[in-house]
Design a protein around this ligand. Structure first.
Ligand code: SF4
Ligand code: SF4
Length: 334
C-alpha cells in the first residue's frame, strides 16, 4: 500500500459470501463477549424497502459466531404513527419480522435520552447508545426527502436521538423569509414537499403548520430569499451523529440494495432509483457514506440530487468539517 493509500480510510465492497472477511479487517475480535447495539431502522408501516429480516438474521448469526451478544435497536420518532411510542414501534417491528423468535436476539426501542453537547448545541442521545461501547451499524442506503440521501450518518444523526431532539433539528431548518431579497420566482413553493409555501403576484406566504422543517426550500432559493431558522438540517445531522458516535467502537455496514427515492420512514418511498449494488463495510461513517454515494453515482449519475433536489454531499462535507470522519477513502473489493 502506497503512502497516499495509507492515509485513506478503507471501505470494503463485498457480496453476501464474504461478509466475515470484511468484518475481520475491522477488529471484530474486540467485540467478542460484548453486548453490542445493532442499530437498525425497522421500517415504517407500508414501506416496502426496509432491511430484510432474513438478512438481518444472517448478520446476527455471523456476529454470534464471534461470541458477540447483539440486540437490535432503534428509537421512537417525532411524527404520529406506530413508531411514535415504544410499544407501537415494537409492534411494528414484529409485523416486519423483527422479533427475538425470528432474528435470535432482543429487540430494544428507546425513548429516553442523555444530553450531549456537540459543536455548541445539545443533542439528546438515546440512553442505550450513550451507555454502550460497541455498535454494529446496519444502514439501508436510500434517498431522502430532506437530506437527499440516507446512510450511516443519518442512521445516527436522526435515528440515534430522542424524538424531542429530532423535532428540534427539523424546526431549526425551517425557513426565515428575507423579503428584500425575494424575486417571487416561486421555486420554493414548487419544491416544498408539504405545500407549505404559496407565491403569487408578488406575495409570499407560508402555512407554518404544514412545514416539516426539511429545509428544501432554503436549499433551492438562489436569491438568498430564505435562510435557516437555526441551521442546515444536514449540518445538525452530522453534529448529532458525532454526539452519538464520538466515543464508540463502531463497525458500519451499508446495504446498497432496493435503493428507493425516499426513506424507510416513508410509507410511499418508491420508486427504486438505482439497481442493486452490494454491501460496504468500514469503520468510518463519512467514508462509507461517501463511497455509497459515489457507487450510486457511477451507475446513476446524480440520482439522489435529481430525485430529491437536495445535495446529498452536504452531510459528507459537514461530517468531515466537524471531525466525524473522512471522505478520503480507498475502496477494496473482496
Ligand atoms: S425561491 Fe427565494 S426568491 Fe424565489 S420566491 Fe422563494 S424565497 Fe423568493
Ligand atoms: S422547510 Fe420544507 S416543509 Fe418547510 S416550507 Fe421549506 S420545503 Fe416546505
Amino acid at each position: 500500500m502506497g503512502e497516499e493509500n495509507r492515509m485513506k480510510k478503507v471501505v470494503f465492497f463485498t457480496d453476501e459470501t464474504k461478509i466475515n472477511d470484511a468484518l475481520e479487517n475491522f477488529n471484530i475480535q474486540s467485540f467478542k463477549d460484548k453486548k453490542t447495539l445493532f442499530k437498525l431502522h425497522m421500517g415504517e408501516i407500508k414501506n416496502k424497502y426496509f432491511p430484510r429480516p432474513d438478512f438481518i438474521k444472517k448478520i446476527v448469526g455471523i456476529l454470534k459466531e464471534y461470541n458477540i451478544d447483539p440486540f437490535l435497536f432503534d428509537t421512537t420518532v417525532a411524527y404520529s404513527g406506530l413508531r411514535h411510542t415504544k410499544t407501537g414501534y415494537k409492534k411494528l417491528a414484529g409485523i416486519h419480522g423483527f422479533t427475538k423468535k425470528k432474528i435470535g436476539c432482543d429487540v430494544v426501542i428507546d425513548d429516553k435520552g442523555i444530553p450531549v453537547e456537540m459543536q455548541g448545541r445539545e443533542y439528546e442521545v438515546a440512553e442505550h447508545i450513550k451507555n454502550t461501547e460497541h455498535i454494529f451499524a446496519f444502514t439501508h442506503v436510500k434517498g431522502h426527502i430532506a437530506t437527499g440521501f440516507g446512510g450511516a450518518i443519518k442512521n445516527f444523526g436522526m435515528g440515534g436521538v430522542t424524538k424531542e431532539t429530532k423535532l428540534k433539528m427539523h424546526h431549526g431548518s425551517r425557513p426565515i423569509y428575507q423579503k428584500d431579497k425575494c424575486t417571487y420566482c416561486g421555486v420554493c413553493a414548487e419544491v416544498c414537499p408539504f405545500d407549505s409555501i404559496k407565491v403569487k403576484n408578488h406575495n409570499w406566504e407560508q402555512n407554518i403548520k404544514k412545514c416539516f422543517g426539511c429545509g428544501v426550500c432554503v436549499e433551492n432559493c438562489n436569491q438568498g430569499g430564505l435562510t435557516y431558522q437555526e441551521a442546515d438540517l444536514q449540518y445538525t445531522l452530522a453534529c448529532s451523529a458525532k454526539a452519538c458516535l464520538y466515543d464508540k467502537n463502531v463497525i458500519y455496514f451499508n446495504e446498497l440494495k432496493r435503493i428507493s427515492k425516499g426513506c424507510d420512514c416513508d410509507p410511499f418511498s418508491g420508486p427504486v432509483i438505482c439497481p442493486d449494488i452490494g454491501y460496504l463495510v468500514s469503520d468510518d461513517p463519512v467514508a462509507i457514506d461517501k463511497a455509497s454515494i459515489d457507487m450510486v453515482n457511477d451507475v446513476k449519475p446524480n440520482i439522489f440530487l435529481k430525485e430529491n433536489r437536495v445535495n446529498p454531499e452536504k452531510q459528507i462535507e459537514y461530517g468531515e468539517e466537524i471531525g466525524l470522519g473522512s471522505s478520503n477513502y480507498q475502496l477494496i473489493e473482496l
